[in-house]
Design a protein. Structure first.
Length: 417
C-alpha cells in the first residue's frame, strides 16, 4: 500500500501588484494599486490589482472601465523583468526546503511541492512546514503567499483556490474525509480548477451545475461525451488525482513533435479554434511523415502581453494516434477547460509520448473500414501537397480572414518550422 502523500500548492497573492507595492515601500493591503498598460486607455485589461482593491470586490482580470467610479486607484505599467526576478527569488526559497525533483513550477506565481519525504527529515507536519515556507517568503521578499495542503495535487490546488484566502494564516488543509463536505459544495462549476466557462456551459447542458452533480453523474456517459477527459473530470469531482510531480518532469523530457505560432493580432474563442485546427493539421502531417503516433496531447495558450500569463496542459490518450480529428478534438477540450476569455497571442500544440506506428489501433467506437478510409485520404492529401505545394489543397476554413495557414505555408517555403 502506497504511503499517504502530502502536497502543497502555493500562490503568491496578487503577485504583480504586490511586487509593485513592495518596490514603492507601500502596503499592498492598504494601497489601491492597479497594474495595467496606461497607453491602452480605459479599455485596458488589468494584469493585477492590489489585495486592498480585491477586498473591495475588484477582480484581478477586468477592464479599467468596469471598476466602479467611486473607487479611487492609481495605475502602474507592468514590469515583467521585475516579476520574473521576484519569482526566481521565491523558487530559490522552495528549493531550500525541497529538492528540484519535488517541485513543479505551475506558473510565474504558483508552485506545487511534494513534502511526502520531508516530514521525517524536518520532524514537522505538512502544516508546520507550510507555515515555515510562507513566513520565509514574507521575510525575504515581502510577498504574501497562500497555501493549500492535500493528499494529492488536485485537493491541494482546490484548497488553495477556494479556502486558503479566507484563513487568517492563509493556509488551508483538505483531506479525503472533506471531499463531500467541501469539494462537492463548489458552485458554480467554473470556480473549480480545470473547469472554464466553456466547459461549465457544456456540463450545464447535461444537467450538471455543481461539483456534487459531476461526482454523481454516470462516468461512462461523461467518457462518451468528452473522451478520457470526461473520466478525469469525474475523478477530480470525487477528489481523485494520481498525478505526481515527476509526471510533469518526465513529459518535458519526452521526445515530442510540437508547433507554435505567434499571432499578429488578438484572437478569442472562435478564431483561435480555427488556428488550433490549422496547427493540428500541420502536426499530424509531421507525425505521418515520421510514421509516429502520439499518446499525450498538449495545448498551450499565451495571452496578449498586456494581460500576461496563459497556460499549457497535457492529457493522455487511451490509444496513441496520428488522426487529425482525435487530436483536434482533444485540443478543443483542453481549450474549453482552461481558456479564460482573454486575448490570445500565442498558441502551441504538442504531441508527446511518441511511438512507431504499427498497424491501426481501434477502440470500441471506431469501425476499421472508417479509420482506413480516413488514413487513405490523409495519405493522398499528404502526397498531393508534397508534389504540388502545401497550398494546393486547403480546407474551406483556410479561406476565412482570420486563417493564417496560407501565408505561413508560403513563408516557410514548404519546409517545417
Amino acid at each position: 500500500m502506497e504511503k499517504e502523500r502530502h502536497f502543497l500548492c502555493i500562490d503568491l497573492k496578487s503577485f504583480f501588484a504586490s511586487c509593485e507595492c513592495i518596490e514603492r515601500n507601500l502596503d499592498s493591503f492598504t494601497t489601491p494599486l492597479v497594474v495595467a498598460n496606461k497607453n491602452q486607455g480605459n479599455g485596458a485589461i488589468t494584469l493585477a490589482v492590489s489585495p486592498y482593491l480585491k477586498n473591495k470586490g475588484i477582480k484581478g482580470r477586468t477592464r479599467l472601465y468596469e471598476i466602479p467610479k467611486n473607487i479611487k486607484y492609481f495605475i502602474v505599467n507592468p514590469r515583467m523583468k521585475l516579476y520574473m526576478k521576484k519569482s526566481k527569488d521565491v523558487v530559490s526559497i522552495y528549493l531550500d526546503f525541497v529538492s528540484y525533483e519535488d517541485l513543479h513550477i505551475y506558473s510565474i506565481d504558483e508552485c506545487f511541492l511534494d513534502l511526502t519525504n520531508y516530514l521525517t527529515l524536518y520532524k514537522k507536519s505538512d502544516y508546520e512546514i507550510a507555515q515555515d515556507i510562507l513566513n520565509t517568503i514574507k521575510k525575504k521578499t515581502g510577498l504574501t503567499a497562500t497555501c493549500g495542503i492535500g493528499p494529492n495535487m488536485l485537493l491541494a490546488k482546490v484548497a488553495m483556490d477556494i479556502d486558503a484566502k479566507h484563513q487568517k494564516n492563509c493556509i488551508s488543509k483538505w483531506t479525503e474525509k472533506e471531499i463531500t463536505e467541501k469539494l462537492w459544495n463548489i458552485s458554480p462549476l467554473s470556480k473549480m480548477w480545470g473547469i472554464g466557462p466553456r466547459m461549465e456551459k457544456r456540463l450545464n447542458q447535461l444537467g450538471i451545475y455543481s461539483v456534487k452533480d459531476l461526482a454523481l453523474y454516470n462516468k461512462n456517459k461523461l467518457k462518451n461525451q468528452f473522451g478520457i477527459m470526461g473520466l478525469e473530470l469525474w475523478n477530480h469531482a470525487n477528489g481523485k488525482d494520481e498525478s505526481k510531480i515527476s509526471d510533469f518532469q518526465n513529459i518535458k523530457k519526452d521526445q515530442s513533435i510540437s508547433h507554435s505560432q505567434v499571432l499578429f493580432k488578438d484572437y478569442y474563442e472562435e478564431n483561435a479554434k480555427l488556428i488550433i485546427a490549422e496547427m493540428v493539421e500541420i502536426v499530424t502531417r509531421r507525425l505521418r511523415e515520421k510514421n509516429m503516433v502520439s499518446a499525450c496531447i498538449g495545448l498551450g495558450i499565451g495571452y496578449s502581453k498586456n494581460v500576461g500569463d496563459g497556460f499549457f496542459h497535457m492529457t493522455k490518450l487511451e490509444v496513441a494516434t496520428d488522426h487529425e480529428t482525435i487530436i483536434k478534438n482533444t485540443c478543443f477540450l483542453l481549450f474549453d477547460r482552461f481558456y479564460e476569455n482573454l486575448p490570445i497571442r500565442k498558441i502551441t500544440i504538442s504531441c508527446a509520448k511518441l511511438s512507431k506506428k504499427i498497424g491501426t489501433q481501434l477502440n470500441f467506437f471506431q469501425e476499421y473500414e472508417e479509420i482506413k478510409k480516413i488514413e487513405n485520404i490523409d495519405k493522398t492529401i499528404d502526397q498531393l501537397k508534397i508534389k504540388f505545394g502545401k497550398n494546393s489543397i486547403l480546407k474551406a476554413s483556410s479561406l476565412l480572414k482570420d486563417s493564417t495557414i496560407r501565408n505561413r505555408n508560403q513563408k516557410i517555403g514548404g519546409h517545417h518550422e
